[in-house]
Design a protein around this ligand. Structure first.
Ligand SMILES: Cc1cc2nc3c(=O)[nH]c(=O)nc-3n(C[C@H](O)[C@H](O)[C@H](O)COP(=O)(O)OP(=O)(O)OC[C@H]3O[C@@H](n4cnc5c(N)ncnc54)[C@H](O)[C@@H]3O)c2cc1C
Length: 464
């Protein structure tokens, strides 16, 4: 889309103010046209990309754009899997937080104040040097940002024990509406002053406003970790084992599942020698004080062995790393199973897993699709991957039908259509399945309150 004369005038004003940090050259803009979404979606090249360096610059940008009716898309690392960080209409301006990547640790309060563009892994490395811990660990942690993690309420393997991003955000600062500044929360553990707007903005996917600063909670870094793998002959037993472990009085710091397709995919990809005659495996990690960890990992092993499940305990740090390598290799390994992959991050109550996993396998069979299931099973959060051939229209149609049926199945099991990746554009048509008419009306009402002109990330999460 060509830049309109009004936008050109506004961008000229911003260019003067921001001195080279407003990119309008098409070669630079086109780099921001996509995020990591695998499903084919129609995106447009944004009108411009702006790189603020501090919160008052963000406020100024929003004030100018909002008053001139120019829509904007906030963007962190661009690792969104649901089309949240892209331009859909072509008249949007991207606000990129690449240059807002500073943070300050407050040791006395065990908190950190972070700008939105801080890479999650970099913050984690810095706090761990001080003996502190910021647990939220999306697999994208080496390139996704604190702002993006907050906007998506990201989670990862450790969330089974430590909770998701929401559980570590004590306060937020940002901009809504015509450039109005908000500041909610404080570096304190208790705060019940009115509605909890901090928590409300978490997971809002850039549709309510722009986050410019976050106060994050830190906890002591666990001193020891131990890992074991358990191999299963029946999927029902996997579900039963998860329930047994989670009710045993031991809280694992990770409880991850891979089905047979995943085991084979990582073996082919990394030559790991995992047993391919098994229907699935669990990777279980326990952390805490070294003495407790040693006892707890043995207790988990005994519990599994009493169910007739074979177990492999990592004896050294290298072996541990090898077991985790199998889990980390999953994304690229599975991608080799087809030219296209749809990865749905559904969640069901843990007690329903034994029934749910075989139901998903039957669904994949019904649509004749290669399906690979893995995920944070301790949370009931599974990544269901349907593989397809990108050049085959029929394949894509079968995937679309299977995805719709998967979401219906998940909601019928009392679960959620997304535990991690958010709604964005790809799950927007299915949100009503979960929230119902009343829920959708409330979402629209809230959106209108924060963003009366529908200029923050328009077209994402809900249509207004
Ligand atoms: C290989 C891979 C693995 C992944 N694994 C996981 C996983 O384990 N768990 C998980 O939860 N997710 C995972 N994701 C999804 C993705 O990484 C997360 O959603 C992440 O939080 C996005 O962060 P980002 O910085 O890349 O944000 P972006 O992709 O840039 O943006 C994501 C959303 O946040 C909004 N946004 C960004 N910054 C701001 C801001 N400052 N203010 C307001 N809104 C903002 C954007 O508009 C967009 O809607 C994975 C993605 C990939 C590619």
């Amino acid at each position: 889309m060509a830049i309109s004369s009004k936008t050109e005038r506004v961008l000229e004003t911003l260019r003067k103010e921001f001195n080279g940090r407003v990119k309008i050259d098409v070669v630079e803009r086109v780099l921001y046209e996509k995020d990591a979404t695998a499903i084919p979606i129609e995106t447009k090249t944004p009108q411009a990309v702006i790189f603020p360096t501090n919160k008052s610059e963000v406020q100024k940008i929003v004030e100018i754009l909002y008053n001139e009716d120019i829509p904007m898309v906030p963007r962190g690392g661009g690792s969104c899997l649901t089309g949240g960080a892209v331009s859909l209409r072509g008249d949007e301006v991207i606000i990129s937080f690449e240059k807002m990547n500073r943070f300050k640790i407050d040791l006395d309060n065990a908190t950190v104040i972070a700008q939105p563009g801080v890479i999650t892994y970099q913050l984690q490395q810095a706090v761990e040097k001080q003996g502190l811990f910021y647990p939220p660990d999306p697999s994208s942690y080496k390139y996704s940002t604190i702002g993006g993690n907050i906007a998506e309420n990201a989670g990862g393997p450790r969330c089974v024990k430590y909770g998701v991003t929401r559980d570590y955000v004590l306060g937020l600062e940002g901009v809504i509406k015509y450039g109005e500044h908000f500041k909610f929360g404080a570096p304190v553990m208790k705060d019940v002053a009115g509605y909890d707007f901090t928590k409300f903005l978490i997971g809002s996917e850039g549709t309510l406003g722009i986050i410019t600063e976050a106060i994050l909670r830190l906890i002591p870094l666990p001193k020891e970790r131990k890992v074991l793998l358990a191999f299963f002959d029946s999927l029902e037993d996997v579900g039963k084992a998860v329930t047994k472990i989670m009710t045993s009085g031991i809280f694992p710091s990770a409880l991850e599942f891979m089905d047979r397709a995943c085991i084979k995919a990582v073996n082919d990809y990394k030559n790991l020698g995992l047993p391919e005659n098994k229907v699935g495996l669990l990777l279980i990690e326990v952390d805490g004080h070294p003495i407790a960890v040693q006892e707890e990992v043995m207790e988990v092993a005994k519990l599994l062995e009493s169910m007739g499940v074979s177990v492999k305990l990592a004896k050294t740090k290298e072996e541990e790393e090898k077991l985790w390598a199998a889990r980390r290799a999953l994304g690229p390994a599975i991608s080799k199973l087809g030219t296209g992959k749809v990865n749905e991050d559904i969640v069901v109550p843990r007690s329903k897993l034994a029934e749910y996993i075989p139901a998903v396998e039957r669904l994949a069979k019904k649509y004749n699709l290669v399906c690979a299931i893995f995920g944070h099973i301790g949370d009931g959060n599974l990544h269901v991957n349907f593989m397809f051939d990108r050049s085959n229209r029929d394949d894509l149609e079968r995937v679309e039908k299977a995805v719709e049926e998967l979401f219906k199945l998940t909601v019928n099991f009392g679960g959620s259509i997304t535990g991690e990746h958010g709604v964005g554009i790809t799950k927007k048509p299915f949100l009503k399945l979960q929230l119902g008419e009343v829920g959708i009306e409330l979402v629209k009402g809230v959106k209108k309150l924060f963003d009366p002109k529908n200029l923050f990330n328009p077209g994402k999460l809900v249509d207004v």
